[in-house]
Design a protein around this ligand. Structure first.
Ligand SMILES: [Zn+2]
Length: 240
């Protein structure tokens, strides 16, 4: 992941955590906005707001991982945003419970947003504020509520290295130990990535989903090799 890290620009730093952005993110932003199609908004400004809102949700998710990892005594210094979401570079202590909390805290942020975002929309309508705002504001909130749900559902699929796959791995760690739990989770990850790739090709011909499947597959393959090697385990894989 080092070359990947070097290809990103520093954005800002909060609570000792550097937030960086990969150069491909700008290409992706341009592509998405240029191909936004018949939208639900009155102007492109709101499409930009939605795109930034999506990455704000992702950033909060990554901060969930980073802060929880620190809470259990691990290290977390960098978060990189890229077209496929975010990556938190964390190093949690090699114990099942510590790993589990560091991973689960990410999707738990999205679970909290399942309540917070509709609450915000309700407040807007109940207070009468929505009547004095452009219609785009409640539409944007509804879109972000939907986006948050999609992120959560995809993220907790039990396919390593998605959070669902890593949660499954740390639960198995309690019974199977560090290495065998990784071997099982990464094998499931390989099957899941192949399935996702085949589905993306057959159903949508989606280059984006195909690349996602490729990323999951290569990460699972690396993890599988580490799990089966007699040498010591490397530091943790980055969290998505
Ligand atoms: Zn995550």
């Amino acid at each position: 992941m080092q070359p990947f890290f070097r290809q990103s620009l520093p954005l800002f730093r909060i609570r000792g955590i550097n937030v960086r952005i990969h150069w491909t993110w700008f290409l992706w932003a341009w592509f998405r906005l240029a191909n936004r199609g018949e939208g639900v908004y009155s102007s492109i400004t709101w499409n930009i707001a939605e795109f930034l809102g999506l990455f704000l949700i992702i950033l909060m998710h990554e901060f969930g991982h980073a802060l929880a990892t620190r809470q259990v005594g691990g290290q977390a210094e960098n978060i990189v945003l890229w077209p496929f979401g975010g990556i938190a570079f964390v190093d949690a202590p090699p114990r099942a419970a510590a790993q589990l909390w560091g991973i689960a805290a990410g999707p738990l942020v999205n679970v909290a947003l399942l309540v917070v975002l509709p609450g915000l929309r309700g407040l807007l309508f109940d207070s009468g504020l929505a009547d004095r705002m452009p219609l785009d504001v409640p539409v944007l909130l509804s879109q972000l509520i939907f986006i948050n749900k999609v992120i959560l559902i995809f993220n907790i699929l039990p396919v390593y290295p998605l959070d669902g796959g890593q949660i499954l791995r740390s639960l198995m760690w309690f019974g199977l130990g560090e290495r065998r739990s990784l071997a099982v989770a990464s094998a499931i990850g390989l099957v899941g990535a192949a399935g996702l790739g085949a589905y993306a090709y057959w159903r949508f011909q989606s280059f984006y989903t195909l690349f996602m499947a490729y990323f999951l597959g290569t990460q699972s393959w690396r993890a599988w090799q580490f799990a089966r090697r007699p040498a010591p385990m490397p530091p943790d894989e980055p969290m998505v």
